[in-house]
Write a protein that binds this ligand. Structure first.
Ligand code: SF4
Ligand code: SF4
Ligand code: SF4
Length: 272
């Protein structure tokens, strides 16, 4: 009966309900044996991070809710010399507040930055999976219950298999086997606006061809002269723009470590 979280980034509206619900459940409330109260300020066991890509006016934003991954190889547990970190039968990873000595080795070991120091209690804390609720018959932790778009799902891993298939985990290179899965994390984009500087009008229907490592992508400029190539991997791309009556425009080695707005692109008219 192993639990898992699945977060569909394409459904997340960035409403922060999950972050607020977690705070409401844990700040000022003691849920022993799993958690002492979360401080009012300075930490969020569920934290919604916004990611802004591109530059005005070609900007896209998405949100990544982040929490403890309840890893199947919890290095926080391996690092704790006090035996305070344990994994429950349902796969949730807990820091026992009664055993935590406040040494911070778990936080140093975790590559996900999801463990926080509670200065007043002298202990380290993180998401408990709302184990106190699950033990009392609730099906969902507060964060998942509060999500209005079903972007944040929680349940038996076996019931969520369809959603987990093809999903990503954060920092897979750590090899910790996270149990928080992410769907539809957007890739990078290359975008721009094509125009005719003589007529001072956008060029509609220009053919845009993007090439990278043998892969070819096609797009056309829309009624605003805009083209978009979305969900691109990080890499180097060559772009060719072509429209009747104009010379080709070529961009070499566009790097997509970040999203790229090529801005307003003038096309030169062909000489007669
Ligand atoms: S995300 Fe960090 S704190 Fe959570 S189980 Fe994995 S290693 Fe431990
Ligand atoms: S499962 Fe509970 S403790 Fe964990 S992020 Fe959600 S509300 Fe917070
Ligand atoms: S409650 Fe749901 S939609 Fe709102 S920020 Fe959290 S995951 Fe996204």
């Amino acid at each position: 009966m192993a639990k898992a979280f699945v977060i569909d980034v394409s459904l997340c509206s960035g409403c922060y309900n999950c972050q607020l619900a977690c705070k409401d459940e844990h700040a000022g409330n003691e849920w022993m044996p799993y958690a002492k109260p979360q401080p009012e300020i300075g930490q969020f066991w569920m934290k919604v991070n916004d990611h802004v890509c591109g530059t005005i006016p070609k900007v896209k934003i998405h949100y990544i809710p982040r929490l403890c991954n309840h890893c199947d190889r919890p290095v926080c547990m391996e690092a704790c010399g006090a035996g305070a970190v344990y994994k429950r039968d349902d796969a949730l990873v807990i820091i026992d507040p009664a055993k935590c000595t406040g040494c911070g080795k778990c936080a140093e070991a975790c590559p996900y930055d999801v463990i926080y120091k509670n200065e007043s209690e002298g202990i380290y804390q993180k998401c408990t999976g709302c184990a106190h609720l699950l033990d009392n018959g609730y099906k969902l932790p507060r964060c998942a219950e509060a999500c209005p778009t079903d972007a944040l799902r929680f349940g038996e891993e076996s019931d969520l298999q369809d959603l987990i298939e093809g999903a990503d985990v954060l920092k897979p290179e750590t090899g910790l086997r996270p149990r928080v899965y992410y769907r539809n994390i957007p890739g990078k984009f290359i975008a721009g606006t094509v125009y005719d500087p003589v007529e001072k009008e956008v060029v509609i229907g220009a053919k845009c061809r993007l090439v990278s490592g043998g892969k070819v992508y096609h797009a056309r400029t829309d009624e605003y002269g805009d083209f978009w190539f979305t969900d691109l991997a990080v890499g180097l791309y060559d772009l060719t723009i072509e429209a009747p009556g104009f010379d080709y425009k070529v961009f070499k080695d566009i790097r997509t470590r970040e999203c790229v707005n090529l801005g307003d692109i003038p096309l030169e008219r062909k000489e007669d």
